[in-house]
Design a binder for this molecule. Structure first.
Ligand SMILES: Cc1ncc(COP(=O)(O)O)c(C=O)c1O
Length: 456
């Protein structure tokens, strides 16, 4: 039975947007304050608050006794470090590298998305961080799950998620895995090709399916283009064929590319999706659902658009392209749920120069591309680093990992600087590292153990 959502109901949550713009506004100015502290007026209470919290957290992180933490730590939102994480990192000096993740932050990230997009069902993209405590927390909050493999399906079930709240969202699946997932009760599957559709029809008869359309992923720091999706006309044909093969043609999915920094891209994607809907309507097939994937960005080194603005843009695009006849909507955030909840603690193993008086120092950490920082490939995801020497003079650095592999360089061309006073043995904190790190770590390349992980 089709459930129609009036345009106005999706907008109900936009009542909160004004507040969020306000928060974003202050955070932005807060960051300005951070970098231009002397120029700003001390009478601006939120900025003073912001500075104070950073100061407290920074001191905690580096072992300076702190009397009180105060109640203003929300002003560090987006920075990726709160006093809970700072205390933990500080208490485990000498144990690096490890990732520590704040489960409460994950909860509030999830609830924020729910609040901003109340009409959308959130399917957490398990691949971003599949740790059991993460899944348990999200399951307790009522999240649904986007699984990339049978193993991830099983992890979600172990966390207590009902099979009906799991989507098998990879467009590339073994037929045996589809069959097993179907046996376990999973009823929602992605595909983008005739080959996959045939497997689904055989191994999951009657299941609800959605076809992924291809997007160019412009604006995304970690694009997922070319490998996934098909053309609009092929999507329409395949959805028609899905029905003819005994499946339930439910809807269309897209992914605008991970760490998408251009809100306009959702509008483009929703417009394309609407074209497939009308093509199929003309053939007598009424689709019911849009899966808008992930892509919601996390604050790393560059400024990002506020999630609030993206959510408002999505709502505007849905009403513009679908009018009052809004389909059900799904989002599959991964990075935006776990990214800023994690801090990766590392240590400086070596600082060297390649010649006397070289313009740049090489800073080698005890974690690199093969220890979990795979998204530094092409210097695509640019993490921010904190060191105990921050605040003094900086100098240009190349940042690299500890293995004997020439590819294990994190940043060489992106203009990173670190304090000139930095020393071997100093702890370095890699901020907002909760997404796409632990599971990317190799199982023992060069003898380095997989990344340790803690959930607090
Ligand atoms: C199908 C699908 N959904 C959701 C996601 C999560 O994307 P993000 O982490 O950008 O939110 C991904 C990431 O690869 C994906 O492949």
């Amino acid at each position: 039975m089709r459930r129609r959502t009036p345009a106005t109901s999706a907008g109900a949550g936009l009542g909160g947007v004004r507040n969020f713009y306000l928060t974003g506004f202050f955070c932005t100015l807060g960051e300005v304050f951070l970098y231009n502290a002397p120029a700003l007026n001390r009478a601006e209470t939120p900025f003073i608050c912001f500075r104070w919290v950073l100061w407290v957290d920074h001191r905690r992180a580096f072992g300076v006794p702190v009397q009180a933490t105060g109640s203003c730590k929300t002003w560090v939102r987006g920075d990726g470090m709160n006093s809970k994480l700072a205390e933990f990192v500080n208490s485990r000096r000498g144990e690096t590298p490890f990732l520590v993740v704040d489960l409460d932050q994950i909860g509030s990230n999830y609830l924020r998305l729910k609040r901003l997009m109340p009409a959308a069902e959130v399917f957490y993209a398990v691949k971003a961080n599949p740790a059991a405590p993460v899944l348990d927390r999200l399951q307790a909050l009522g999240s649904s799950f986007d699984a990339a493999s049978l193993t991830e399906v099983e992890m979600c079930l172990t966390a207590g998620a009902p099979a009906k709240r799991i989507s098998f969202g990879n467009t590339i699946k073994k037929q045996a895995h589809i069959a097993r997932a179907h046996e376990l009760g999973v009823d929602l599957y992605a595909f983008d090709s005739l080959g996959e559709l045939k497997k689904l029809a055989q191994a999951a008869p009657g299941a609800r399916v959605y076809c992924r359309i291809a997007l160019d992923n412009i604006g995304a720091d970690w694009p997922l283009s070319r490998k996934f999706g098909c053309s609009l006309r092929m999507a329409a044909d395949l959805m028609q064929e899905a029905g003819e093969r005994g499946l339930t043609p439910l809807g269309i999915s897209f992914h605008v590319g991970s760490q998408q920094c251009d809100p306009q891209q959702w509008d483009v994607a929703i417009a394309k999706t609407a074209m497939v809907f009308s093509d199929l309507r003309a053939r007598g097939i009424e689709l019911l659902m849009i899966n808008m994937g992930g892509g919601f960005p996390v604050r790393y080194r560059k400024p990002i658009p506020a999630i609030e603005a993206i959510a408002a843009g999505i709502h505007g695009a849905l009403t513009r392209h679908f009018g009052n006849d809004l389909p059900d909507t799904i989002i599959e955030p991964g990075r935006a749920i776990v990214g800023d909840a994690g801090v990766l603690a590392a240590e400086v193993v070596l600082i060297s120069e390649k010649d006397y008086g070289a313009a740049e120092r090489w800073v080698y950490l005890d974690v690199g591309k093969f220890g979990g920082l795979a998204e530094t490939q092409g210097e695509a995801i640019q993490y921010t680093f904190r060191t105990p020497r921050d605040g003094g003079a900086n100098g240009r650095v190349v940042i690299a990992g500890p293995t004997c592999d020439g590819a294990d360089i994190l940043y060489e061309t992106s203009g990173y600087e670190m304090p000139k006073a930095l020393e071997t043995g100093d702890q370095v904190q890699i901020m907002a590292a909760g997404a796409y790190t632990t599971t990317y770590a190799s199982i023992g390349f060069n003898g380095f153990a997989p990344l340790k992980e803690y959930y607090i």
